[in-house]
Design a protein around this ligand. Sequence first.
Ligand code: 13P
Length: 336
Amino acid sequence: MSELNKIALKIISNGKGILAADESNGTMTKRLEAVNVNSTPENRLLFREILFSSESMKKYIGGVILFDETINQTTSSGKLIPDLISSSGALPGIKVDTGAKILANSSDEKITEGLDGLRERLKKYYKLGARFTKWRAVYIITEKYPSILAINCNAHSLARYSALVQESGMVPIVEPEVLMEGNHSAEICFEKTSEVIKKCFDELILHKVDLSGIILKPNMILSGDQSINKISNEEVSYKTLECLKNSVPSEVPGVAFLSGGQSELEATKNLNLINKNNNTNFIMTYSYGRALQQSALREWSKNIKDKVSTQNIFNHRAKMCSLASKGEWSSNLENL
Ligand code: 13P
């Protein structure tokens, strides 16, 4: 078993998943302003420190993805953030892309940037304690998109990123996110997501990436958020499993889904069914941002000094997601 494979398994095995707390300052500002909290470096740190020092970190969180600002911050008790995370047994990770920018010659679409100087940045992050990384590519669904151009360019970048990350001794999270915005059907989501993921693996293989040392972070197969033909949670699980079974090579140790705008409950319910019906050899867990933090953030915003209530909410959500990653969740467990 390679060192990278061991790291990947440590993050996603045994009912653990990933806390995606790597919102850029721009995104975090939107989240904080939505609950009437000022987005200062101190407040961003305060909320994250409350989550990272929660009891649930030990049992349910195998890795935390950080943003550059956070990995360099120190807690109120003088501990470095990566050390706080490691002390719970979880691994610190870092978002290393520099964002999705307009794709030239297909200006409605995006290409994720951040390859320039990446090797040097990775060395710095490894020294700070990071053992895994994230790079997110985004794709829109419309009648003409995603284009072959967007699919190919983003797959190429994800592969170059992954090769550099493995060279530096860390596990790359490969995140091709087909967005849920739109009125498309789940069948179209299935078709486009399959095409996107297959192309990513073609490129990862071409770039000699060790597939046993990555974690795939895809979207679930859902109908568009504006679609009038919603499919059931059971169908989401079957379609998602079929898509991954057909497009992910068997060496990949596991899949950690993004929540992508699903509510906390939907993201938990769908993950639970995916695990109940899992007919693949892949571990299927969570790498949720909003679906782990939304209620905790709302609670915290009522009184940003109230650590205990915020942690209670977060601990509960993390536990529910962990149960779902084993197919052991049920709705009656939701009552706190
Ligand atoms: P959401 O779960 O909120 O989609 O965030 C996950 C993530 O890391 C997106 O890149």
